[in-house]
Unconditional design. Structure first.
Length: 277
């Protein structure tokens, strides 16, 4: 069977090969060393609370090599639909709340030296730097309003929420292992049930609120208590930073969904903005 294009993202492309192997090729130089990512996934695969949640970690090969300049890796493919699939009902999304909360709690409690004496990679793009991200998001918000994607009422409400949430105190609990880009398109569901978490290319040590934004980008409001009961007890400022990150996803996915005419992403973007504002 010849290779088949499985998916294309902002910074990578995935091809499906015979035997159920998916190879992910970065289209930009990766920020996270492959060795750190594999060590993390191996630890998660052995943790009871992650079965059957994590991405498979068996590898068929790894670069770089002459025909591809950056490190790539192969994984056993996870069959299913992504968490932004329009056929998933709110009840199905909400049913995964305890498993996701437990899984993220396990991830965020892993020891920092898991990847070796050098520790985990740092957050190199300032995901938790709300002071820098706030003006960028307000500018994007204004552009979306100007283009008619958001009404003036919606834009005013979102601007107020961004400013309030963006003033939340920074995380002081020490750098924690984070997925780094956890939103519904990076969740796999099979027969309506959570089957895996994919796309670990942005894994780093940072603020766990980055991942907790999933409570607003994926889950209905009624399921959030189950999610946080399984994760732990977040402080109010943790919740504020997580909601800020959810608004970040909503605005950027709205722009991307409009540019690509991606109906599931547009639905996800608008749901995220409505729930997190």
């Amino acid at each position: 069977m010849p290779p088949r294009l499985l998916g294309r993202g902002w910074d990578s492309i995935v091809w499906l090969f015979s035997g159920g192997w998916a190879f992910r090729f970065p289209s930009v130089r990766r920020k996270t060393p492959s060795s750190s990512r594999v060590a993390l996934l191996a630890a998660l695969a052995g943790a009871h609370h992650w079965r059957p949640v994590p991405e498979r970690v068996e590898r068929a090969g790894e670069g770089p090599e002459p025909r591809w300049p950056w490190t790539f890796a192969g994984y056993r493919v996870l069959v299913g639909v992504t968490g932004c699939d329009l056929t998933l009902s709110p009840r199905q999304r909400g049913a995964s709340a305890p498993a996701l909360g437990e899984a993220l709690g396990c991830l965020h409690r892993l020891p920092p030296d898991l990847a070796g004496p050098e520790g985990p990679p740092a957050d190199g793009i300032g995901r938790a730097d709300q002071g820098t991200r706030l003006p960028r998001l307000l500018s994007l918000l204004a552009a979306l309003q100007h283009d008619g994607a958001l009404s003036s009422t919606q834009a005013d409400r979102l601007a107020g929420s961004l400013k309030t949430l963006g003033a939340a105190p920074a995380w002081t609990g020490g750098a924690r292992w984070c997925h780094g880009d956890l939103y519904p398109r990076h969740l796999i569901y099979r027969r309506g049930r959570l089957a895996g978490i994919i796309d670990w290319g942005d894994v780093h040590a940072g603020d766990p609120a980055c991942d907790l934004s999933l409570a607003w980008t994926l889950l209905p409001a009624a399921a959030r208590p189950d999610f946080f009961a399984a994760w732990g007890v977040p402080a109010p400022e943790d919740l504020a930073r997580a909601r800020f990150r959810a608004l970040h996803y909503g605005l950027n996915l709205l722009r991307y969904g409009l540019a690509t005419a991606d109906a599931p992403l547009l639905a996800l973007a608008r749901r995220s903005l409505e729930s997190a504002a």
